[in-house]
Design a protein around this ligand. Structure first.
Ligand code: THU
Length: 136
């Protein structure tokens, strides 16, 4: 992937994070999903007073892309800062990503410093995803 595209995705994840709705945890996350055709879809975490209704930034970015008719995902950039560190995606988001691309690239950026702290693959952090072919 060209660096300009990754740079734009990093900038958009940092900027969109400001729109996160996190009145309960105070923890804001921004995501920028890069499709195989080089488009960027954003997501933020949206919390709810019924806590289980909360949706993470990563899934909101993926659902937004799917809504737009995209299913070919290359990279997700995730911007956050928890006690000085960018966080990895949760297990539910990893499973959602894995259904589309188990080899997806994951880039974690620190929202305080703007520094990329991790650049890895979904396989590395979530090696044994659940696979269900269905059709019974
Ligand atoms: N959260 C995300 O948006 N992404 C993650 O990878 C981890 C958790 C959100 C959900 C909730 O709004 C807050 O962080 C605390 O769990």
């Amino acid at each position: 992937m060209n660096n300009g595209l990754l740079e734009r995705a990093v900038a958009s994840a940092l900027k969109i994070r400001e729109n996160a709705y996190a009145p309960f945890s105070g923890f804001k996350v921004g995501a920028a999903l890069i499709t195989g055709s080089g488009e960027i879809f954003n997501g933020v975490n949206v919390e709810n007073s019924s806590f289980g209704a909360t949706v993470c930034a990563e899934r909101n970015a993926i659902f937004s892309a799917v809504t737009a008719g995209k299913k070919n995902f290359d990279t997700i950039v995730i911007a956050s800062n928890l006690d000085g560190k960018a966080v990895y995606p949760c297990g539910i988001c990893c499973q959602v990503m894995a259904d589309f691309n188990p080899d997806m690239r994951i880039v974690l950026v620190n929202s305080e410093t703007g520094v990329i702290e991790q650049d890895c693959t979904l396989k590395e952090i979530f090696p044994q995803n659940f696979e269900f072919k269905g059709g019974r």
